[in-house]
Design a binder for this molecule. Structure first.
Ligand code: FAD
Length: 508
């Protein structure tokens, strides 16, 4: 019997034959995320544990037979994060229970494989919300994936990225003991998981944005907020295409409207033109679009306060922009005054920006920059696209930003990337160009969030980490994963002896 067969049998003995498979059609089904620049990769087996204890038992077996493992939530990753070539793919979506919604103290405890859609719809019935509602893919993406990818999404302008609402986690460490630990207040076995800091060093952070390299999250404790009853959306179009102005206006909105801002999105002119050209129900007379569109969503607990916020927004925008309606380019669009928040909106609004010309390979390069850097990075990005135009796959469209999303303080997400035809001949060129563009962004100080394989490796290639940091990172990982089994390849880490610096690419 091979090592894999022995491990399979032992795991089967723990979780039952229904929840483990090595069938080809299942391996194929799990061989990709939403990232067709990668070739498909088949795990040796797919396992679907239902409890932390089962995860721990699987981890012990993996250590016994030295089999690598990759955790997977909804598999909505865009950067090669939740697939594995060989080894064990740990599908956590059976761990999908809400364990506690504590309405008195505004926190909840859930299993990490629950989807955002399932949790948020349940919370909304109780007048509660997590504030940030997870990614645009949230109907199928999980809370565990959101924490592991430092996800930004609907509500992030006000509530931050997903780790910002995290009060702690329960994690199975990938060590031979399959240790189960809790972080945050829950580290104190007598305490409820109501806050994050104060019991021990903040080990929660070790598992945030780790893209599944440091542990397998099995339970999550999240902050809750009362649903804010009044929300309104307005659009403005800038009089000219000027990123300096974009920065100035974002800064004023952040300074003067502050807590009222729920989501601020800037749709660049080029994105708007592309979207307008794809609309089915176009008006006969269309406006000449001259600048980016600002989509501003404000919220308040009292309608009078909401009106004040709207007035402040109008005052800030009046000199450089005019009010805009999506109906000017799309007769089917809702007028902003008729807009009403619903959960479908929270998860659908984003889709039109993620890939402006589907079905294509989408090489996403979403990253964060300080708002004052927007004009400079827009210029650098444009210069890069021009300089390397011939190296992009034929017919590919590369955009600096399909949308810019304001985050708390002076921080924003540049959602962007490039696409290519979804054919084998373009995959290699896409991957090469993707890494190159990511290295540019790392070197101009951009900070990404979902790192998966493509981005975590590009950060190493760009020489972003100091030698001391690399050593620290390896030491920390070695502490939790002495046999180096969890999520190999990410960060160009293949074993503890490998020199990560050998992957640095200097010539760009
Ligand atoms: C249409 C679309 C829209 C999107 N919009 C956004 C967006 O607005 N914002 C955004 O940030 N992302 C977005 N994404 C990317 C992605 O969906 C999110 O990052 C999402 O949070 C991933 O969650 P998931 O459960 O699908 O994770 P997966 O894809 O399953 O996994 C993501 C990473 O987390 C690790 N992981 C998953 N679960 C665990 C766990 N329990 N323990 C340890 N590691 C784990 C995996 O190994 C992998 O590295 C979008 C993707 C699509 C297709």
């Amino acid at each position: 019997m091979s090592t894999l067969d022995k491990a399979y049998k032992e795991i089967e003995g723990i979780i039952g034959s229904k929840y483990i498979t090595e069938k080809d059609f299942m391996k194929a089904a799990y061989s990709r995320n939403v990232d067709p620049a990668f070739p498909d990769r088949w795990a040796d087996m797919i396992v679907r544990p239902v409890s932390s204890e089962e995860v721990s038992a699987i981890v012990k077996i993996a250590n016994k037979f030295k089999i690598p493992m990759v955790p997977r939530g909804g598999g909505a990753d865009l950067v090669g994060g939740s697939v594995t070539q060989g080894g064990i793919l740990l599908d956590l979506t059976r761990m999908n229970n809400i364990l506690q919604i504590n309405e008195e103290n505004f926190y909840c405890e859930v299993e990490a494989g629950i989807t955002w859609g399932a949790l948020i719809s349940n919370l909304h019935e109780k007048g509660l919300t997590t504030g940030v509602l997870g990614p645009g893919s949230g109907f199928s993406a999980t809370i565990g994936g959101g924490l592991s990818n430092s996800t930004a999404g609907f509500g992030s302008t006000k509530y931050g990225v997903v780790p910002d609402i995290c009060l702690g986690v329960e994690v199975v460490l990938p060590n031979p003991q399959g240790s189960i630990i809790r972080t945050g207040a829950a580290t104190n076995k007598y305490a409820e998981p109501f806050c994050r800091y104060g019991v021990a060093p903040d080990f929660t952070g070790l598992f945030m944005g780790d893209v599944g390299t440091m542990g397998i999250k099995t339970k999550v404790f999240l902050k809750l907020f009362p649903v804010t009853p009044f929300k309104a959306q307005r659009y403005y179009i800038l009089n000219k295409n000027d990123y300096n102005k974009v920065y100035e206006l974002l800064r004023r909105l952040r300074t003067e409207v502050r807590d009222g801002l729920h989501d601020v999105l800037v749709v660049p002119l080029i994105t708007m033109q592309l979207l307008a050209s794809m609309v089915e129900n176009k008006p006969i007379k269309r406006p000449r679009l001259k600048g980016p569109i600002f989509s501003i969503l404000v919220e308040a607990m009292d309608e009078r306060i909401l009106d004040v916020y709207l007035e402040q927004v109008a005052n800030i925008m009046k000199e450089d922009a005019r009010e805009f309606e999506m109906q000017e380019v799309d007769l089917d669009a809702t007028l902003s005054r008729d807009w009403k928040f619903n959960l479908k909106y929270a998860y659908n609004y984003f889709n039109k920006y993620i890939s402006v010309a589907p079905p294509k390979i989408s090489c996403t390069t979403c990253h964060k920059v300080p708002i004052s850097a927007i004009p400079e990075v827009a210029e650098k990005s444009a210069q890069f696209d021009l300089k390397y135009r011939s190296e992009f796959p034929v017919g590919s469209i590369s955009l600096f930003a399909t949308v810019i999303f304001l985050l708390p303080n002076g921080n924003c997400v540049i959602v962007g990337g490039f696409n290519a035809d979804n054919i084998d001949e373009q995959r290699e060129a896409s991957m090469k160009m993707w890494h190159k563009k990511l290295r540019l962004q790392v070197r101009y100080g951009g900070v990404h969030y979902w790192l998966g394989e493509a981005i975590s490796q590009s950060i190493v290639e760009a020489d972003a980490y100091t030698p001391d940091f690399i050593q620290f990172f390896k030491n920390m990982k070695k502490t939790v994963d002495p046999n180096f089994l969890l999520s190999p390849n990410k960060f160009h880490m293949y074993n503890y002896d490998d020199d990560m610096a050998s992957h640095i690419i200097k010539e760009d």
